[in-house]
Design a binder for this molecule. Structure first.
Ligand SMILES: [Mg+2]
Length: 249
């Protein structure tokens, strides 16, 4: 399914620097090279070091203030909506009709750079990694832009899908929505098998596998159990070139 041939262009040659080959009618043809879709938090950087804690606290503050509930209940709601819908935002829209843009702005408005932890040399590493790189995060766009700039990947990952762009028919459909994931494959003209989702969240990988992605689980500590929907496990972004070689076999 993920043969070497899939990464060659339509004429069987290895592609050069071109991003997408063009059909005769001028429309971009289907992408044959790898198309990497990267999650952001706890994938490209170590958000669990300090950032997730900060976002969680701000989300709890927001729920407490806007829903007029006590701290314990606010924390409970934040968690159950995140578990049930993949993003606290979705539960707040569905059950409390909050303004999504106000919520995203308020909960992510802090100095990200001061809290970042990440592997050095990511820019050079990604420049050498074959294929196109796309960001696919349930985080808001402004926050994602700040993180990418802070970790030195703003030039390497130009195409970015943040939660604001994960809407189908006007409704938010973040990961792990299979419909949204299939939509992303079509939008990026990535045929089944050349798209790779790199992600720390197993639920998202399971949905992505069903939608037609190859899957790479990022787990920096411990040993993940075997899962039918995880093609490979990496501990570091430095493992990606080796992971690609294995996926091509
Ligand atoms: Mg993540």
């Amino acid at each position: 399914m993920f043969s070497r041939q899939r990464f060659r262009d339509g004429r069987g040659r290895r592609p050069g620097n071109r991003q997408v080959s063009c059909a005769d009618n001028g429309a971009p043809a289907v992408e044959r090279r790898p198309v990497w879709f990267f999650d952001l938090d706890d994938t490209l950087h170590n958000a669990s070091h300090a950032i997730i804690e900060r976002i969680d606290a701000r989300m709890t503050d927001y729920v407490e203030q806007h829903l007029q509930v006590d701290r314990a209940q606010a924390n409970h709601l934040r968690l159950i909506y995140w578990r049930r819908y993949g993003a606290t935002l979705l539960g707040l829209i569905r059950h409390h009709e909050i303004d999504p843009h106000h919520f995203l702005r308020e909960t992510h408005d802090f100095d990200v750079a001061a809290l970042l932890r990440f592997e050095r040399g990511l820019g050079r590493l990604f420049a050498r990694l074959p294929g196109r790189k796309v960001l696919l995060t349930n985080a808001p766009r402004a926050y994602a832009d700040s993180v990418l700039a802070g970790i030195g990947l703003h030039r390497q990952i130009g195409t970015r899908y943040a939660i604001e762009s994960m809407r189908l028919h006007g409704t938010f459909r973040p990961k792990p929505s299979r419909a949204m994931l299939r939509h992303m494959l079509a939008r990026e003209r990535a045929s089944r098998g050349v798209a790779i989702l790199v992600e720390d969240n197993a639920t998202n990988l399971k949905a992505a596998r069903a939608a037609g992605f190859r899957t790479v689980l990022v787990r920096r500590r411990g040993r993940p159990g075997r899962s039918s929907y995880v093609d490979l496990h990496v501990r570091s972004m430095r493992d990606l070139p080796r992971a690609l070689a294995r996926l091509r076999r």
